[in-house]
Design a protein around this ligand. Sequence first.
Ligand code: C5P
Length: 297
Amino acid sequence: MATLTYDCPAKINLVLEVLRRRGDGYHDLASVVLPITLADSLAVRASDDIDCVVHGMALATEANLVVRAAHLLAEAVGATAGARCILTKRIPAAAGLGGGSSDAASALRALNRLWGSGLSRSRLMELGAQLGSDVPFFVHGGPALVQGRGDIVEGLARSPALWLVLVIPGHGLADKTRALFAALEPGDCSDGRRTDTAARLLERTGRVNGLDLVNAFERAARSAFPGLGETWHAAEERIGRPFYLSGAGPALFAFAADEAEARALAARLAGLDAAVYAAQTLPIGPDYATAGRMRYA
Ligand code: C5P
């Protein structure tokens, strides 16, 4: 079989509430999550063993979720075939944009097809949850209301294609997601109602205006990432509009009217101590009936 190539889109959390700490060490959350055009790329082809070549980032094999996804799927379906995976990284790592999780989801989908395993999307989501809490969202595909520890994914009937400018400060925080969840205080938690309202409004109006764009990690992220508060403030000063935190951070996003404005805003943000990208939210999920390349309308 030929090479299969899949996009691995990043995501932003438009709204993110943390409800409570659970008995199993995870937290229940509620989030409106939107895939965006900033994407890694994964190509897979048949091979005797499982291996992965990575371009664009130094990534240890043990930390490569593509390799872990491949072994997990092979074990689950008793696959004897291997795969050569070629991962091209563009999404900054550990930023709150879900890059590694998206790579893992694409690996599950691509190898399910390459090996003819025939697992359903919901079974792939279950396997994905073993790799990371964000993986089921990416296996599902498309804009979604995400709940539970990240494993309950409800696709949104409608979500706009919004232009964004992303500001992504670097950081050296080890085990970032765990550390940020551990830093949450009772006052950071809420009941999920604002997320539910945002999801329904987004579906009904197709607009983000008037949505309450809360993120439970804002206080913890400002204290955990040195310099984030300053970069956040400087970014808002430069373009005169609010930035919002994605995931547990430190990635920040602001809205633009169209592509030209997103690119102009990105140019004005150059020189901040952060990576800057213009990107667009993806309104429609992958077409599971389409062979090979994942398509977005
Ligand atoms: O699932 P994932 O491996 O991405 O999570 C990393 C860590 O983040 C978990 O071990 C847990 O400490 C924390 N986490 C959490 N609640 C979630 C997701 C992650 O507490 N819903």
